[in-house]
Design a protein around this ligand. Structure first.
Ligand SMILES: [Zn+2]
Length: 454
């Protein structure tokens, strides 16, 4: 156990390195009035009252959490190497790029990744980047469906993961972390014996690498959410490669393995971004859109932080999403966040307990689990391992990027895409993720004392 003073020093350094990144997903979910009664089926008895989860509510006490020492064997990911030693890595020195900025493209690392993409055999579409902003900033593209731009029409391709294939199955995804209170969420997930998928921003990962390691060792799925959280379609090819490449690189340094899924910030993806990601071994994981494309499964929890949405509206959105679930032919993937205290409080206090109490009953799973894949298939180095041996590389195949066909339909097929994209996965049979092997692992628990501002 670390002395409290040392733990606080770690936290202070981490907080100093942390910069707030604006994040808001394209808003298409109807915004319920605060007067609409909200009746979650279940609320965590320890939940912070909804009326207290406001823009001004930015600081919760960070709970104690478990960290893992270098050399810990990731038993949840068969074949993965022991956990790297963070003390030997300095993420704030060269060659790592600055936090929260699109990395330069003239570095030797990025130049090599550019060559790798060029030699991958994946054809990269030649159309120009979108103008800054979303659909409104690109009026000429509103009716142009050729590039399958999700932001402007919610187009998806067969290789995109857009839903859990099984009905009444909720793929839990949390973006933008790790944040100061991310581990409160991880602790709650552990209490409920649940696993989730965390899409990590590279700049946040290097600020709190011990949290990323904990999420990974505890059996949660780690995915990529870019280095600095830009709209990827706004970027040049080389910049997209730099954003994805550096995040792959730093997560490999932190975990010892490289995630093979990514979530585009704001859902901003088109065929050019898809092709570059595919060339880099990454499969996009979106959040679900209704078959008529009019609503996305976005709780809008992030917007509580900027004051544009109230916590009551988030829960109303959430309840509305759950109301739609039984009518889908598939399960669904919902967008939530763990960067800010408000989003963690909403998940721990309301959305997850409500989902657990929902009737008809829902299965809450990480995306890799809901896709009927073992956790090792979530990482490039271990994908395809059968779990029977340690240390095998498993080649560099990816979980879901193996299906190369790309339909030109702009309609997308909520749900069917997920199942279709499993075709290259060696027929591995789903089995529960084991975390029982943690016995004997050296565990350090850090107590993070923080003052509450509210
Ligand atoms: Zn994000």
């Amino acid at each position: 156990m670390l002395p409290a003073a040392a733990a606080l020093a770690v936290l202070a350094a981490s907080a100093a390195a942390h910069a707030v990144i604006p994040d808001a997903s394209p808003t298409v979910v109807a915004r319920a009035a605060e007067s609409v009664p909200v009746h979650p089926a279940s609320t965590n008895p320890a939940a912070i009252p909804l009326e207290s989860i406001t823009q001004a509510h930015t600081s919760d006490p960070a709970e104690p959490y478990t960290t893992f020492t270098a050399g810990t064997v990731p038993t949840a990911v068969p074949g993965a190497p022991p956990l790297p030693d963070l003390k030997t890595l300095n993420f704030f020195a060269a060659p790592y790029p600055p936090l929260d900025k699109v990395p330069p493209t003239d570095s030797p690392e990025v130049q090599q990744w550019i060559k790798d993409v060029a030699s991958s055999g994946v054809q990269i579409p030649t159309f120009a980047p979108t103008a800054p902003g979303d659909c409104a900033g690109n009026p000429s593209l509103i009716s142009d469906t050729s590039r399958c731009w999700w932001t402007c029409g919610h187009c998806t391709r067969d290789d995109d993961i857009v839903a859990c294939p099984d009905k009444l199955t909720w793929g839990l995804t949390f973006d933008d972390g790790p944040g100061l209170t991310s581990m409160n969420l991880v602790n709650y997930l552990g209490q409920q014996d649940l696993k989730a998928t965390f899409f990590i921003i590279g700049s946040r990962g290097i600020s709190r690498p011990d949290m990323v390691q904990s999420e990974y060792i505890l059996g949660h799925q780690i995915g990529i959410h870019t280095w600095s959280h830009p709209r990827l379609t706004n970027l040049k090819n080389e910049e997209i490669i730099a954003e994805l490449g550096w995040t792959k690189r730093v997560l490999k340094e932190i975990l010892g393995v490289t995630p093979n899924t990514f979530r585009p910030p704001y859902g901003d993806i088109d065929d050019r971004v898809r092709a570059i990601a595919k060339a880099m071994g990454l499969t996009p994981v979106m959040w679900t859109t209704t078959p008529d494309k009019t609503r996305t499964f976005d709780t809008q929890d992030f917007e509580v932080g900027d004051g544009s949405v109230s916590s009551f509206q988030v829960i109303a959105n959430f309840d509305s999403i759950l109301d739609m679930a039984p009518s889908l032919d598939t399960g669904f993937i919902m967008l939530e966040h763990d960067l800010f205290a408000q989003t963690v409080d909403l998940a721990v206090g309301y959305t997850i307990p409500d989902g657990l109490a929902h009737q008809p009953k829902l299965a809450l799973k990480s995306v890799i689990d809901c896709m009927h894949q073992p956790l090792q298939n979530a990482y490039i180095e271990t994908s395809g391992n059968n779990g029977g041996s340690g240390g095998g590389s498993g080649g560099n195949s990816t979980t879901a990027a193996s299906s190369s066909k790309s339909k030109t339909s702009t309609g997308g097929k909520t749900g069917s895409t997920g199942a279709a994209s499993q075709s290259g996965n060696n027929g591995l049979v789903h089995r529960p993720i084991s975390i029982g092997g943690l016995v004997g692992v050296s565990v350090v628990t850090i107590f993070l004392a923080r003052q509450m501002r509210r």
